[in-house]
Design a protein around this ligand. Structure first.
Ligand SMILES: N[C@@H](CC(=O)c1ccccc1NC=O)C(=O)O
Length: 304
């Protein structure tokens, strides 16, 4: 493909100069894991997620499989701190990753233990992954899940959205949501966008698109990167934290950094963190631990 940036300048879209093989590699997070082989990394991630979910369901007060809509699969699990009023709490919503085609709420309750221990209600959101769901449908589902939490807990002490990888994309789309058609403006106080993808165009040219079937137009319509600098925050004090792991691929680093820069061009109260010594999966696995840096950043943001 042609480099449109001019001779001697690094391209603003380096992926357009990559071979198909290199692009595939850049967008396959498990291949960048250094501590384990790719398959073992994926297995470990899923095992830690399942263990954390089993523990959360056994030890925390919870409401499981609560419908946020009429569609099959439109369910959330809500985990509460012990002995607290259910409604006047900060609510932390988590959207799992898996390239919009794998993962589920039933293996994604990573952060329930350390956050509920500090008085935060945690909501793990399910959405219809591909090929059942299209990306437009997932974005609509996630929007309705956020509106549902606000309607059910109107005296909440803030709604915080966190997503990982593809889930970070879905969370980022909420920066652009039009709440008027949902009859409620959620009390959004913070976003934690962990190892996300914000410009979906390169995904169209990878094997991830076999299940997703994104056209270029679908990808552009669903790319917060192209829109966020022009979007108006509902609440200008709402924090947006963009986080990437040291061992995430260069393309994942570029996606996070450029999204952060676009947030700064708009009126968002954004910050950027590269987390030392973690890969695409450890960055979330470590949220099971209370003394982990990202867990602490999340708690400080909620209780600042
Ligand atoms: N097939 C992908 C899996 C993957 O990307 C992934 C798996 C679990 C949670 C997040 C992921 N990435 C983005 O959503 C890989 O091998 O890295």
């Amino acid at each position: 493909m042609m480099d449109v940036s001019g001779v001697g300048f690094p391209s603003k879209v380096p992926w357009k100069k990559m071979s198909a093989e290199e692009l595939e590699n850049q967008y396959c997070p498990s291949r960048w894991v250094v501590r384990l082989g790719a398959e073992e990394a994926l297995r470990t991630y899923s095992q830690i997620g399942i263990e954390a979910t089993t523990r959360a369901r056994a030890t925390r007060k919870s409401l499981l499989h609560v419908p946020y809509g009429d569609g099959e699969g439109e369910k959330v699990d809500i985990y509460f701190p012990d002995e607290s009023a259910e409604d006047s709490l900060p609510f932390f919503l988590f959207f799992h990753g898996g390239y919009w085609q794998s993962g589920s709420k039933d293996e994604s309750a990573f952060m329930v233990d350390p956050l509920t221990a500090q008085g935060v209600a945690v909501v793990i959101v399910a959405y219809n992954i591909a090929p059942k769901g299209t990306l437009d449908h997932m974005v609509d589902q996630v929007t309705r899940s956020v509106a549902f939490v606000q309607k059910r807990y109107p005296s909440n002490k803030g709604i915080y959205l966190c997503g990982h990888s593809a889930g970070a994309h879905l969370a980022a789309m909420m920066l652009l949501a039009d709440w008027t058609k949902h009859g409620v403006t959620p009390n959004l106080r913070g976003f934690f966008l962990v190892s996300g993808v914000f410009d979906l165009e390169p995904i169209v040219y990878t094997s991830q698109n076999v299940a997703l079937q994104l056209t270029l137009e679908d990808a552009q319509r669903n790319s917060p990167q192209l829109k966020v600098a022009q979007a108006q925050p509902v609440d200008p004090t709402c924090r947006v934290l963009v986080v990437v792991g040291q061992f995430d691929s260069p393309e994942f680093h570029r996606q996070s950094w450029e999204f952060y820069q676009n947030l700064c061009q708009g009126e968002w109260k954004a910050s950027f963190e590269e987390l030392h010594d973690v890969d695409h999966f450890e960055i979330v696995e470590n949220l099971t631990q209370k003394d982990n840096v990202l867990t602490q950043i999340i708690l400080k943001t909620i209780f600042q």
